[in-house]
Design a protein around this ligand. Structure first.
Ligand SMILES: NC(=O)C1=CN([C@@H]2O[C@H](COP(=O)(O)OP(=O)(O)OC[C@H]3O[C@@H](n4cnc5c(N)ncnc54)[C@H](O)[C@@H]3O)[C@@H](O)[C@H]2O)C=CC1
Ligand SMILES: CC(C)CC(=O)C(=O)O
Ligand SMILES: [Mg+2]
Length: 357
């Protein structure tokens, strides 16, 4: 039986990088007989232009009926002046929440070939392999009430609400504990429990669950210190678990340890293992249309999709090996270029991964 993959290219560099990832999936399909079937949909600004909203209910339903979703990125200046309710980013929040994709896995792994491209000194990052587990369907990005209101004195006030229910904390904590069990056995929970009540509860839930995972060493860290430790001594971390906003910010910081945000893939899963796969970066309007974006985060996200949602681990490993091979060949998009390597375009990088199979 075929496996149906929904492709949502989105905006900006989204279509450019997704095109390369689909080409890689097609060659993996040929080599491994995966029987993949692709269908394409609209999200973000592309959907606003076509339908007046960033994700239609019909498209959400289509995505949920597929076996997995591969997404590029959404957003861009063209839509920035629209009403907040129909911004491209709302489409992303809608698909994450609508499909229950609460577990966002963001592995920050330094390919040894890119040690020179990392923002940190090679000795600080060599062998880096961190997994950031980010809660994705709750927290301050979803909390109500939210909005901008006018106060009695005529001044405007903006507000959002940072909320988590125990059950939401527990399920992401279990994802993180289980990941730590399969990895190095260390879990660092990141919060701001010295200030934010919601994260006092977060910490309590993590502590309550810890005895169920005696093989995992649990620690807690405030988010400001975690940001500092990530750029000071990142190898102290194995698995990090945190809420939606802190995870968003910390994973962009971790990306630079691996050389570029263009290297960081992600998986967003629900309880039944259904997943949406996308690079951690956005639509990069500053380089869109120039053919210079790094497609590797999206290609590596496609590999995660094969492994986590489609049970095609062998093909996933082959994609990762092909990525490593092109880096061995010295091929680099502009974001990971260092002296002595060969600068290539988005399409050339994609073609090189296909050829490396
Ligand atoms: N998952 C998503 O769809 C996300 C969407 N966004 C949206 O994207 C738009 C741009 O946001 P920014 O804050 O600029 O973040 P961004 O991640 O799009 O770009 C930040 C910087 O990283 C660079 N960059 C990103 N991806 C790259 C790649 N694959 N190769 C080489 N360089 C890359 C960009 O050129 C830019 O200089 C906004 O509309 C934002 O809301 C932002 C983050 C995530
Ligand atoms: C719409 C944003 C929450 C997207 C983003 O920055 C992310 O998921 O990393
Ligand atoms: Mg982000």
């Amino acid at each position: 039986m075929s496996k149906k993959i929904m492709i949502l290219p989105g905006d900006g560099i989204g279509p450019e990088i997704v095109e390369q990832a689909v080409a890689v999936l097609k060659v993996a399909d040929e080599k491994f007989g995966l029987n993949l079937e692709f269908t394409e949909g609209l999200i973000g600004g592309a959907s606003i232009d076509a339908h007046g909203e960033p994700l239609t209910d019909a498209e959400l339903k289509n995505a949920g009926e597929c076996d997995a979703v591969l997404l590029g990125a959404v957003g861009g200046p063209k839509w920035d002046t629209l009403d907040r309710a129909i911004r491209p980013e709302k489409g992303l929040l809608k698909i994450r929440s609508g499909l229950g994709l609460y577990a966002n896995l963001r592995p920050a792994i330094l390919y040894p070939q890119l040690a020179e491209a990392s923002s940190l000194k090679p000795e600080v990052v060599s062998g880096l392999d961190i997994l950031i587990v980010r809660e994705l369907t709750g927290g301050i990005y979803f909390g109500e009430p939210r909005g901008i209101k006018t106060l009695e004195n005529g001044e405007k006030q903006g507000y959002n609400t940072y909320v988590y229910k125990e059950s939401e904390i527990e399920r992401i904590a279990r994802t993180a504990f289980e990941a730590a069990q399969k990895r190095g056995g260390k879990l660092c929970s990141v919060d701001k429990a010295n200030v934010l009540d919601v994260t006092v509860l977060w910490r309590e839930v993590l502590d309550r669950l810890a005895p169920e995972y005696p093989d995992v060493e649990l620690s807690h860290m405030y988010v400001d210190n975690a940001a500092m430790q990530l750029v000071r001594a990142p190898k102290q971390f194995d698995v990090m678990v945190t809420g939606n906003m802190f995870g968003d910010i910390l994973s962009d910081a971790a990306a630079m340890l691996t050389g570029s945000i263009g290297m960081l893939p992600s998986a967003s899963m629900n309880e039944s293992g259904f997943g949406l796969y996308e690079p951690c970066h956005g639509s990069a309007p500053d380089i869109a249309g120039q053919g210079v974006a790094n497609p590797l985060a999206t290609i590596l996200s496609a590999a995660m999709m094969l492994r986590y949602s489609l049970d095609m681990g062998e093909a996933a490993a082959a994609i990762e090996a092909a990525v490593s091979k092109v880096l061995d060949q010295g091929l680099r998009t502009a974001d990971i270029y260092t002296e002595g390597s060969k600068k290539v375009s988005t399409a050339e990088m994609g073609a090189a991964v296909v050829a490396a199979f």
